[in-house]
Design a protein around this ligand. Structure first.
Ligand code: IPM
Ligand code: MG
Length: 351
């Protein structure tokens, strides 16, 4: 029986980049005895335009029955009226919550051929290999919101159980890496951060005494990510800090268009998406960088289909394409040597 992959192209450049990732998945599957079947669903602005809620019930059902979900991006100026009741982003948040994918893994490892594409000096980047573990289904993203004519509130709430489970994810990853975790919070100001710090300290001391834990305030972490990025290994943090720090960290790699992510829950099924957004300014022009989405497809093979060999094959093909000098516009300014489709072609040729 074929393995079902749900594909949610979404908005902006989402459809362009997911199309390349699907081509790559289709190309590697036979060599690894994988029979993959793809089914598309609506999400975000594309769903709103079709008269559906941002996460249509049919899409939620499709994703629930799939082995893995590959998502492009959601959002865009067309749907960002501050008065709007329904927003594309809500579809993504609902999907993350529905699938229970509380652990968002965002690896940041600058590719040697791209060190000059980063605004950070190359000598600071050579040894950078960071795994950001972002809590994805709690915190201020999911708290109660209120709005009146004169004020607005967003509640930030974390439970002990939510913190415990993400600490275990980070600790298990750290064990397989250098054994060091930096937990990022704002414990000098936020009560949720003080709870985060307390729970993290307890779990780490009690169950992972072999690992090294350091607490860091988010403002300092933002600075150290630029001044000494190679000193980080696993970064463990809450939902909103993880969102912000990973956009910052993408500049170490050279472009937001390079970083993939895997969102995992307790089941094997995961949600895989580039960390970038829908990039409405370049949508429809065929110039978006498909790397982040292709690499997210590799993570899908690794984490949800348990197919390390196929995942590695895709990653090597992407890296060789970069080594051979192909550059989409985000990495080359005016001197791009590949369109989205041409980059996809080049990866296929190197598989
Ligand atoms: C991300 C994105 C999303 C987030 C948006 C689109 C809701 O920025 O995945 O990083 O904030 O989580
Ligand atoms: Mg983000």
């Amino acid at each position: 029986m074929a393995t079902l992959i749900a594909v949610l192209p979404g908005d902006g450049i989402g459809p362009e980049v997911t199309a390349q990732a699907i081509r790559v998945l289709q190309a590697v599957a036979p060599g690894h005895d994988l029979a993959l079947e793809f089914a598309e669903g609506l999400i975000g602005g594309a769903a709103l335009d079709a008269g559906e809620p941002p996460l249509p019930p049919a899409t939620a059902k499709l994703c629930d029955s799939a082995a893995g979900v590959l998502l492009g991006a959601v959002g865009g100026p067309k749907w960002s009226d501050p008065e709007a009741v329904l927003r594309p982003e809500q579809g993504l948040l609902d999907l993350r919550a529905t699938l229970g994918v509380f652990a968002n893994l965002r690896p940041v490892k600058p590719h040697p051929a791209l060190l000059s594409a980063s605004p950070i000096r190359a000598e600071l980047l050579a040894d950078v290999d960071i795994m950001v573990v972002r809590e994805l289904t709690g915190g201020i993203y999911f708290g109660k919101k209120t709005r009146s004519d004169t004020d607005a509130t967003d509640e930030c709430r974390y439970t002990v159980a939510e913190i415990e489970r993400i600490v275990h994810v980070a600790a298990n990853l750290a064990r397989a890496r250098s054994g060091r975790i930096v937990s990022v919070d704002k414990a000098n100001v936020l009560e949720t951060s003080r709870l985060w710090r307390q729970v993290t300290t307890r779990i780490m001391a009690g169950e992972y005494p072999d690992l090294e834990l350091e607490h860091m305030l988010v403002d300092a972490a933002a600075m150290h990510l630029l001044s000494r990025p190679a000193s980080f290994d696993v970064i463990l943090t809450e939902n909103m800090f993880g969102d912000i720090l990973t956009d910052e960290a993408s500049m170490l790699a050279g472009s937001l268009g390079l970083l993939p992510s895997a969102s995992l829950g307790v089941a094997g099924r995961g949600l895989y998406e580039p960390i970038h957004g829908s990039a409405p300014d370049i949508a429809g022009r065929g110039i978006a960088n498909p790397c982040a989405t292709i690499l997210s497809a590799a993570l899908l093979l690794r984490h949800s289909l348990d197919c390390e060999a196929a995942a590695g094959q895709i990653e090597q093909a992407v890296f060789r394409t970069l080594d051979d000098g192909l550059r989409t516009a985000d990495l080359a300014g005016g001197a791009a040597s590949a369109s989205t489709q041409e980059f996809g072609d080049a990866v296929l040729a190197r598989l």
